[in-house]
Design a protein around this ligand. Structure first.
Ligand code: GLN
Length: 548
């Protein structure tokens, strides 16, 4: 039988609940337990797929093609369990499902209400999500409840897990509450009152936390812990300090040193082997002792809100770990390149144009790609970045003047990137995609196995095949392939069924690769990712062979 750890948040949002939950999961996994994770989002959108990255941050794409909360990215980076569409759900999905049942007559004429119908549906979704990650049972499902205690939206979720705990029985659930312990003045005195209030709020709804995780600018003192313990009715050893750190990969050790995993195991009657965090400690050691620095520019649109590039930022950090380097990321707004010129990116060791949607800043990105190609700066284009690299090459090398993607110029004379109106999705179903299609369901999403062409750089990196995740609508237009190939564009990989371009690369360049998929979603700190590692290696080689 699966046991459940529920994690709630108090005082303010964005305290790092996802990372904290995932760090605990990493410790439990190191103790030999089979752990899965779920994220419950209280907003009404069915999924974050249509939400602006400015508001919601990155949309994380699972192997099975679900557009999910970015916390699922943290889960996959910290533990080995792969997430699926069942590991994240929203109020929108719950209501959608309940209303469909109501229309079908499943409720036999009863009045459909938040309690019990919505709360029961939430419980069913939790159980389904928890049961779906392993053949056989997981030992533990860690369930992160989005939002902050006291929000109207999260109430049905809290009520659902409260009811669930009653049904599960005392040794089968565990409640953790992550809260902020702020310091108000420069005196650095920490204030415990907001924590007391948020625990009171939880207890009002019948949830009694087993552990309180206190996020603060520094380690909280035993006096402060004893105060929180007293007011919150939690033993002092269960008041845990989570202070600000420069790398999220230090958090498993921080939690483990304070014995959180032992408290969990004791309460839920597990008796696993001791924790072994040596891999995490080694990672941190490498992060802290890099032998060189490289500066990589991300040329994007969402640069004031770097949560939008979460997985990419992490993937670059992982590549740093595995090449003994520190990757410094410079965020550059592509519209600034349009207005202020290319000088903005002249001191970079590497240039990345990441994924994105919409018109803004497109020409600035093309200018950056042009600069990287002509000046032999290692370049990685991801999804939109790859499409724009094709546009740049078509315009400036293949002689297709004003070539464009139909996403940005529907009347372009040379639509080198365009919609494929008939598309087989990964399950083999035909999906029609056109400019008029609904925004929600028309993307090519999820992981696909793709064979890699011989004698390409892509082959050197991936070997004979690759398995990567997609999230895009437009494709390289096959009608222009020959013309682009003749001008020197190399196709590193394409799909076997429709011959859609997956990777482009250039010769006569230290490293110039564009990928239609999102490699950042599959990078983990423990293994890194071959594409990012090769990219950073190329940057190091170029930078340091030049200067000697
Ligand atoms: N906007 C492009 C498309 O829809 C690229 C999407 C992306 O970068 N994820 O194909």
């Amino acid at each position: 039988m699966i046991k459940y750890i529920f994690i709630t948040g108090g005082v303010v949002s964005s305290l790092g609940k996802g990372v904290t939950a995932a760090s605990l999961a990493a410790i439990l996994e190191s103790r030999g337990l089979r752990v899965t994770m779920l994220k419950l989002d209280p907003y009404i959108n069915v999924d974050p797929g249509t939400m602006s990255p400015f508001q919601h941050g990155e949309v994380f794409v699972t192997e099975d093609g679900a557009e999910t909360d970015l916390d699922l990215g943290h889960y996959e980076r910290f533990i080995s369990t792969r997430m699926t569409r069942f590991n994240n759900f929203t109020t929108g999905q719950i209501y959608d499902s309940v209303i469909k049942k109501e229309r079908r007559g499943d409720y036999l004429g009863n009045t459909v209400q938040v309690i019990p119908h919505i709360t029961n549906e939430i419980q069913d979704f939790i159980v389904k999500g928890a049961n779906n990650s392993f053949e056989g049972d997981a030992d533990i499902a860690i369930v992160e409840i989005g939002g902050t205690v006291g929000d109207i939206e999260s109430l049905p979720f809290l009520e659902a897990v409260r009811q669930m705990s009653l049904l599960l029985g005392r040794s089968n659930f565990f409640f953790m509450h992550l809260t902020l312990v702020p310091s108000v003045s420069s005196s650095s005195e920490l204030k415990t009152k907001p924590t007391q209030h948020s625990v009171q709020k939880l207890r009002e709804i019948g949830i009694f936390p087993d552990v309180i995780l206190c996020r603060a600018s520094r380690r909280i003192s035993s006096e402060e812990r004893s105060k929180i313990s007293m007011f919150s009715n939690v033993p002092m050893e269960s008041v845990i300090s989570v202070w600000n750190v420069d790398s999220i990969y230090k958090i498993p050790s921080i939690l483990q040193e304070q014995g959180v995993d032992d408290i969990v195991c004791k309460t839920m009657c597990f008796n696993p082997s001791p924790a072994d965090l040596s891999v995490w400690k080694k990672l941190v050691e490498r992060i802290e002792n890099p032998s060189c620095d490289v500066d990589i520019g991300i040329i994007g649109k969402y640069i004031d809100f770097t949560e939008s590039y979460k997985s990419l930022i992490e993937a670059l950090a992982h590549a740093g770990i595995h090449t003994n380097s520190r990757v410094n990321i410079k965020y550059i707004n592509s519209e600034d390149i349009e207005n202020k010129g290319i000088d903005l990116i002249k001191n970079l060791d590497g240039i990345i144009v990441p994924g994105g949607f919409g018109n803004r800043g497109i020409e600035g990105k093309i200018m950056a790609i042009n600069y990287a190609r002509e000046n032999k700066i290692p370049f990685l284009g991801i999804c939109l970045g790859m499409q724009l690299a094709v546009v740049e090459f078509a315009r400036n090398v293949a002689g297709l003047r004003n070539a464009n993607s139909t996403e940005f110029d529907i009347d372009t004379k040379y639509p080198v990137i365009a919609l494929i109106n008939e598309w087989k999705d990964i399950s083999g179903q035909i999906e029609r995609r056109s400019v008029d299609s609904d925004k929600g369901g028309t993307l090519r999403k999820g992981a696909q196995n793709i064979s890699v062409k011989n004698n390409t750089r892509t082959n050197g990196i991936y070997g004979a095949s690759l398995y990567e995740r997609h999230r895009h609508r437009y494709e390289v237009n096959n009608n222009y392939l020959k013309c682009l190939n003749d001008a020197g564009l190399i196709i590193g990989a394409s799909t076997s069924s429709e011959n859609l371009t997956e990777v482009i690369e250039l010769n006569d360049h230290p490293w110039f690769i564009g990928v239609q998929f999102h490699p950042e979603f599959t990078s983990t700190p423990r293994n890194g990712h071959p594409l990012f590692i090769d990219y950073v290696k190329a940057i190091i080689n170029r930078k340091f062979s030049k200067s000697v």
